[in-house]
Design a protein around this ligand. Structure first.
Ligand code: AMP
Length: 190
């Protein structure tokens, strides 16, 4: 099974992608996690993307597409994979289609976590205030707002892209973790 997770920052994509990957024996590929590891290890790639990520902007399309292209070819992806945080732009979605076609692969489903944006902003602001006492809270909230704006402008159009291809499955991302998981399993037909 090959699945993509779509949803704004703070919607619980990572948590749900992890649960589904474990339950179905799929590799969990999070471009955010991979990029953070690069930043932490101070690799060339990490140094290139550090400031972009800190601002909450997107790193260049070719860079993340290369990362995913390399990853999906590794043995742990043979049974399938869950993409978490990729694709995030139409161009990445097109590159993913191209890449999968070359490997004779297709996507089975794109799970979209629907959220109420206002509630999400409040949730994110609350969480930031609680957990990042030593960081200037205004800055963090500002960055998260930017991440939401970037999502609206660059990632939201992917819903239509995948709906046209008959792959989009929407679930209520505002429900509790177990309920969201149940809805995802239901739309996957498992
Ligand atoms: P995430 O943990 O998925 O929210 O990703 C953290 C950050 O990594 C994002 O704010 C972007 O700067 C970068 N990033 C992750 N995935 C992508 C992607 N597919 N395209 C561009 N930038 C990405």
């Amino acid at each position: 099974m090959r699945i993509v997770f779509l949803g704004p920052p703070g919607a619980g994509k990572g948590t749900q992608a992890m649960k589904i990957s474990v339950a179905h024996g799929l590799a969990h590929l999070s471009t955010g996690d991979i990029l953070r590891e690069e930043v932490d290890s101070e690799s060339d790639l990490g140094c290139r993307v550090k400031d972009i990520m800190a601002r909450g902007d997107l790193v260049p399309d070719d860079l993340v597409t290369n990362i995913i292209g390399t990853r999906v070819a590794t043995p742990d992806c043979a049974r399938g994979f869950v993409l978490d945080g990729f694709p995030r732009t139409l161009s990445q979605a097109e590159m993913l289609d191209e890449m999968l076609m070359q490997k004779d692969m297709t996507l089975d489903a794109v799970i979209e976590l629907n959220v109420n944006e206002e509630e999400l902003s409040n949730r994110i602001a609350g969480r930031t205030a609680e957990t990042q006492g030593d960081v200037r809270v205004d800055d963090s909230v500002e960055i998260l707002r930017n991440r939401l704006a970037v999502y609206r402008e660059q990632t939201l159009p992917l819903s239509g892209y995948y709906e046209t291809r008959g792959l989009l499955r929407s679930v209520d991302g505002m429900a509790g973790i177990d309920e969201v998981n149940r809805q995802i399993e239901a739309v996957l037909g498992s």
